[in-house]
Design a protein around this ligand. Structure first.
Ligand code: SF4
Length: 615
């Protein structure tokens, strides 16, 4: 192991022939792409044949940490799953906090690359440089909670950390997730289906190998100072420390962008039953943190009485409260907790699941779906009893669950009769909880995200709907998206938690302290641009272009009815104007494809020959 934050090792597993090998990390790529998102994208671009079916054994599933993960640098507990998305067919990077990321690194690996398909269900066991493909016959069919317990028992390692799929991933639900530490999810884009398609139930890790850095005393000194000034002492983090993300429920409701009853409204009369205050006064048991975190945004919440008594989860987080709460017309946080606990157990992405159930409720109320079509349930908006049954129904693909398990867009398309027009998505990935009709920058952020509608690559809502900028002006929105996508590309490569508002100069300081290599804001900006151009190039190679950077027509044709956003929509002309400006700022052609000059400038000259539009 070298003293630069990396283990220097990549594990390769071919499940078809049970071949396991270890190779040196490509250090040149590590320099150019850092770790996490960047390195994962580089290996995937190089090794995945264009046009590969994401559910076939040929798809590549990889898990990455970053150079800072497992060191003392705060809020770097994450790992990322990188693959071609089973849900969207785009590049996919999906992250989770908790403890699995550092444990995988301590077990000996910066990255794990998995190909092929096991003949029968298996799990991978990584333990201090030793690797086994183990029979999963005793855990297949079990939920993620039970899976963690059984793997700890079977390996004899109480401290093992487990990233696993539940029944949803086993049944190849395209909105299934990978869950670790009970409540942490690499949720979006169908990571669970990518595991399930390989007959891979889990990856479990236990490690004591540690991580080496050039000068531990200096890193310790710097980290202490940064926690004081940039983490706990940073006023931008105050709300996260006291409330966590649920603080956004009230902010979104006030701004008129809280998804309500399948996106038919942006304000919700029941907001005070699912907001931060309701969590603190009704269900909060204690605060909770990931590995090495001084913010501790999480809360362990438990339902104390009523129909869902005993249900418990972490959070729920804002996105979940928005999609599984107001978007389904649910007014009580207790019901959301039950729904989310079940999503975690069966392994479903709560953002996609909330969108899918909201769609089914909408279609039921409109009479497109009858009671018989929805498993005999009275699936009205707000009916907590029917709603609470839906995660299990989706995971087992029972009746309506079979349609919803593959995401809202496929469900709408299969149901027909215009149902697909009610789905809010980009490239098949359902919207997170910010309605672009009240924050036009998010329209561009969703349309141009490399994995479909996503709030974690650009977040213009912070400055407009939540800040003082005009949320309906297109002015400066393209530049904000370019800036945010550059910054998050590098941030997700280190890998920092989303909730650390770390800036470029401080990222450069951390990088130098851990790797011993000089860095600067300028270098990191260039690296961020390189990574974003690479994931865009991956998608372009798969056939995506301007025709796919679109929004559902409801954005233009259905103005919101109430609150601050009453009468507001996103006009096609405004959207196209922003999009053209955005392509121009990135140096892409009018179809949104990186040009030769842009790729060369970003240090990606070697991929030019692999892109048919540049031949
Ligand atoms: S801020 Fe929250 S999500 Fe991020 S590392 Fe800390 S506890 Fe985990």
């Amino acid at each position: 192991m070298s003293a630069d934050g990396y283990t220097g090792k990549v594990l390769r597993v071919d499940l078809s022939n049970e071949k396991i090998s270890t190779e040196a990390l490509n250090k040149e790529w590590a320099k150019q792409f850092v770790g996490g998102k960047g390195l994962g994208a580089r290996y995937l671009f190089e090794e995945l044949k264009p046009g590969t079916d994401p559910m076939s054994p040929d798809n590549i599933l990889s898990i990455w940490t970053g150079p800072l993960v497992g060191t003392l640098v705060p809020l770097t507990s994450r790992y990322v799953i990188v693959t071609k998305s089973p849900l969207t067919g785009t590049f996919l990077d999906s992250y989770a906090g908790g403890f699995f990321g550092p444990e995988m690194k301590y077990a000996g690996y910066d990255g794990v690359i998995i190909k092929g398909k096991a003949k029968k269900p298996v799990y991978l066991w990584l333990n201090d440089g030793k690797v086994e493909i183990r029979d999963a016959k005793n855990i297949w069919g079990k939920d993620t909670y039970k899976t963690e317990e059984l793997i700890r028992k079977e390996t004899g390692e109480e401290m093992a950390r487990v990233a696993s799929i539940g029944q949803a991933g086993e049944n190849l639900s395209l909105i299934s997730s990978v869950t670790n530490d009970l409540t942490r999810n690499a949720g979006r884009g169908g990571t669970g289906a990518a595991f399930g398609a390989k007959n891979l139930k889990a990856v479990a890790a236990r490690g004591t190998l540690g991580v080496e850095v050039p000068d531990m005393a200096s890193l310790l000194k710097m980290t202490k100072e940064m926690i004081k000034t940039d983490v706990v002492g940073n006023p931008d983090h105050a709300g996260m420390i006291t409330d966590g993300t649920p603080i956004l429920v009230e902010m979104s409701n006030d701004a008129g962008i809280l998804p309500t009853r399948n996106w038919h409204d942006g304000t919700f009369e029941g907001h005070d039953g699912i907001n931060s205050e309701s969590i603190k006064t009704r269900v909060l048991v204690r605060k909770k943190a990931c590995f090495d975190c001084a913010i501790a945004c999480g809360s362990w919440s438990k339902v104390k009485a009523g129909a869902f008594s005993g249900a418990a989860t972490e959070g729920p987080e804002y996105e979940t409260l928005g999609l599984c709460g107001s978007n389904c017309g649910i007014k009580n946080v207790e019901a959301v907790i039950k729904f989310v606990e079940d999503c975690d157990r069966v392994g479903l992405d709560s953002i996609s699941a909330g969108n899918a159930v909201g769609l089914a409720m909408d279609l039921y109320e409109k009479g497109v779906l009858s009671k018989k079509d929805v498993n005999g349930l009275d699936l009205r908006f707000g009916n907590e009893d029917a709603y609470a049954k839906m995660p299990g129904i989706m995971a087992s693909r029972e009746g309506i669950g079979d349609l919803l398990a593959d995401g809202a867009l496929r469900a709408g398309t299969r149901i027909g009769g215009g149902a697909e027009k009610l789905v809010m998505h980009v490239k098949g990935l359902e919207y997170p909880a910010y309605d672009p009709r009240g924050t036009i920058g998010m329209a561009l952020a969703y349309a141009t995200s490399d994995r479909g509608a996503c709030h974690l690559r650009a977040w213009p809502v912070a400055a407009d709907a939540y800040g003082s900028a005009d949320p309906w002006s297109t002015e400066g929105k393209a530049a904000t998206c370019v800036e945010d996508q550059t910054r998050t590309s590098i941030k997700w490569s280190f890998i920092f938690c989303d909730f650390y508002g770390v800036n470029f100069p401080n990222m450069a300081k951390y990088y130098s302290a851990v790797t011993g290599q000089p860095s600067s804001e300028e270098v990191l900006r260039k690296t961020g641009r390189r990574i974003w151009n690479l994931t865009r190039s991956f998608n372009v190679r798969e056939g995506f272009a301007r025709k796919d950077d679109t929004l559902p027509e409801r954005m233009e044709k259905e103005p919101l009815p109430s609150g601050k956003t009453a009468g507001k929509s996103v006009s096609k002309a405004s959207f196209e104007k922003m999009l053209s400006e955005y392509y121009g700022l990135w140096g892409w052609d009018d179809q949104g494809r990186p040009t030769k000059a842009t790729l060369q400038d970003a240090g990606l000259g070697d991929i030019v020959a692999k892109l048919s539009h540049l031949k």
